[in-house]
Ligand binder design. Structure first.
Ligand code: 2AM
Ligand code: CA
Ligand code: CA
Ligand code: CA
Length: 270
């Protein structure tokens, strides 16, 4: 529990660092394409967390979106998986609706998940089999629901992507309605809080889901790929995070689509 408490401390410190840093000038660069942005604050926040963890626990390993642990290939020992800012586009355009996400795994097994909604300063945290919390408040098990009476979340990018969009379109048609927040970690949080029944992603990286999976487990939810398979911790995955009832309904949409299965397999090098 010492590592869990330390993680709570440093994620809150990282939030304070970001809130102070963002009122000064910062550079914005693009990564893979013009819409894939990274700022100085993303990089500095990853370094901030890296330095704190390394100082306290030099033997721990750290994998981060902005370059930490890029050579990590196994989950042996204590592994911190960090997204310093999840929702960078929201950070740049909205100055809200972004998060710091931390997932801690020990020999590949879930240990603790933490997601900080930075501007609200709300910390969602959970340790394995110890329940989930919003700050000091216990979060209760989520309710089961059906697609036809549920709000779900997904990203419009997948709906306009040929080759994979057929099941996404059908899911959107059959849902009560769809929301899109733009931070995978906060979309996980909405499922954990029960304000959304499911979150669907065609591709997430380990730092996007590492914290959220542990939180959702603690309130009785489930996370798999869109095809219902186990998530590979150190790879990209499609992700379906949901209550168990709607999860079962949703995987059927994807499993019934041969073209989706084929493209999904190639895309994620399965
Ligand atoms: P980021 O802000 O840390 O980059 C936006 O819909 C969500 O998708 C965010 O969680 C964002 O994380 C993530 N994201 C951004 N670019 C992505 C990409 N090329 N592939 C998959 N996820 C991405
Ligand atoms: Ca990014
Ligand atoms: Ca992210
Ligand atoms: Ca990020």
């Amino acid at each position: 529990m010492e590592i869990y408490r330390f993680a709570q401390e440093i994620i809150l410190d990282a939030g304070e660092f970001i809130r102070n840093r963002m009122i000064e000038d910062f550079n914005i660069d693009s990564k893979m394409n013009a819409n894939d942005l990274v700022t100085d604050v993303d990089k500095e926040t990853e370094q901030f967390l890296f330095d704190k963890i390394e100082e306290r626990y030099p033997e721990h390993r750290i994998l981060g979106e902005e370059g930490a642990g890029a050579d990590i290939e196994d989950a042996d020992g204590v592994l911190w998986i960090i997204d310093p800012i999840d929702g960078t586009l929201n950070f740049v355009h909205q100055l809200e609706n972004f998060a710091v996400s931390i997932g801690i795994y020990i020999d590949g097994k879930p240990y603790a998940g933490l997601i900080l909604d930075v501007m609200k300063n709300d910390l969602y945290h959970a340790a394995y089999e110890q329940g989930a919390y919003k700050n000091d408040e216990v979060l209760h098990d989520i309710e089961e629901s059906s697609l036809k009476s549920s709000l779900i979340s997904t990203n419009a990018n997948w709906l306009v992507r040929e080759g994979i969009n057929t099941p996404f379109i059908q899911v959107v048609k059959d849902a009560r309605s769809v929301r899109s927040l733009g931070s995978a970690a906060l979309e996980f949080v909405n499922v954990v809080r029960g304000t959304s029944s499911a979150a669907l992603f065609y591709r997430l990286h380990p730092w996007d889901f590492a914290g959220g999976i542990i939180l959702l487990n603690e309130v009785g939810g489930i996370t798999t790929t869109l095809l219902g398979d186990e998530v590979r911790l150190l790879k990209t995955n499609s992700i379906l995070a949901a209550n168990k009832k709607i999860h079962g309904e949703l995987t059927e949409y994807f499993k019934a689509d041969e073209a989706f299965i084929k493209n999904h397999k190639e895309f994620h090098k399965l």
